[in-house]
Ligand binder design. Structure first.
Ligand code: SF4
Ligand code: SF4
Length: 336
């Protein structure tokens, strides 16, 4: 399982947009060139310890050369401690699947909700009618270890996770969490991993479902600030689908400094790494920006971002919702 990374592409690259756009490293063009050359040659670079795993350079590289996956490979190779050792070990054990996977009986299709138990209730909706909900460690993609400099754990567990999902016997799987969808698309492609079913992103699924229910949609006419998650950097094409989805339900995504390519982390990944001060700083910048945007609602897709920021959003007098909640409201469902 080898990363499709071409060092020559980086060595001859003139833009180095991966690093010059990085919101955390603050490198000049010259410094970016020096550091990316070390990365291309597989050498130690100080950026291996300074990278906060926001995933953004995957989106900034116009050549699909996977700079962030390369960084995580090298963090492990050079024994860089991205997070406190005990935290990493604890999480590696916590998400390890024990025992055999017992596949559920599936009628129409599968909705995969990652590890989030809180989503079980939130997907009790006509929007997801007929889909069998699947969650848990046996079907967990393990991409969280990208935040912890442990790409080997993801690779070791990949085959079994894909086998487990395949045992459900479906041709398509709807993924709620960006990170999971990114595993079966971008990550699998980068490592040449075969995926024997079609991954469907939540936004695409919701857009198509709402088009079927078009006559029941009551446009919401609200201005929302969107908190784009780090894992969406791996699948930027889905962000355009979100725009279509918002349009369909009458939602205006307000312009704000920290959205789209300039999105900022919710802080959860930084806290995992023990970067508490930076996490607070980033959250403050994000929340100040949300306030300035004059949005009425703050929308999340990542349940982890929601869990991290929703309390602070409420304290600002704004309502936090998941994208799927907004879609439910648009068809007249009650959302708590
Ligand atoms: S990762 Fe992409 S943007 Fe960065 S130096 Fe390599 S080719 Fe250029
Ligand atoms: S993952 Fe984020 S912090 Fe790390 S190098 Fe890429 S853009 Fe910078």
């Amino acid at each position: 399982m080898k990363l499709k990374y071409n060092p020559k592409t980086c060595l001859s690259c003139e833009e180095i947009s991966c690093l010059t756009n990085c919101q955390y490293l603050n490198l000049s063009s010259y410094e970016a060139k020096v550091e990316i050359e070390k990365i291309a040659r597989g050498e130690y670079s100080s950026l291996l310890k300074d990278c906060v795993a926001c995933y953004a350079c995957e989106e900034y590289c116009r050549y699909g050369n996977h700079p962030f996956f390369r960084i995580v490979e090298l963090q492990e190779l050079h024994n860089v401690e991205v997070a406190p050792k005990n935290v990493v070990e604890e999480l590696i054990n916590k998400y390890k699947a024990e025992g055999e996977f017992k596949p559920k009986k599936v009628d129409k299709g599968v909705l995969h909700i990652c590890l989030f138990p809180e989503l079980k209730e939130r997907v009790q909706s006509r929007l997801f009618e007929g889909l069998t909900v699947v969650r848990g460690r046996h079907v967990f993609c393990n991409l969280i270890y990208l935040h912890l400099g442990k790409i080997s754990v993801i690779k070791e567990r990949a085959k079994k996770v894909i086998e487990n999902i395949s045992s459900l016997g479906v041709n398509e799987v709807v993924f709620f969490h960006d990170e999971c969808y990114a595993f079966y698309t971008t990550f699998a492609e980068a490592y040449g991993i075969e995926v024997p079913f079609k991954p469907i992103h939540l936004f695409e699924y919701l857009y198509n479902k709402l088009k079927e229910l078009k006559d029941e949609i009551k446009e919401l006419n609200v201005k929302v600030a969107y908190q784009r998650p780090c894992s969406n950097r791996l699948i930027p094409e889905t962000d355009k689908v979100l725009d279509k989805l918002f349009k369909l339900i009458g939602v205006e995504r307000v312009e704000r400094k920290y959205d789209r390519e300039n999105s900022l982390c919710c802080g959860a990944g930084l806290k995992l790494q023990g970067r508490d001060k930076l996490a607070e700083e980033v959250q403050r910048k994000n929340l100040d920006d949300i306030v300035k945007s004059n949005a009425e609602i703050v929308v999340f897709n990542c349940p982890m971002c929601y869990a991290t920021l929703s309390k602070a959003v409420k304290e600002l007098g704004l309502k936090p919702y998941l994208v799927s909640d907004l879609c439910r409201i648009a068809i007249g469902e009650q959302v708590s």
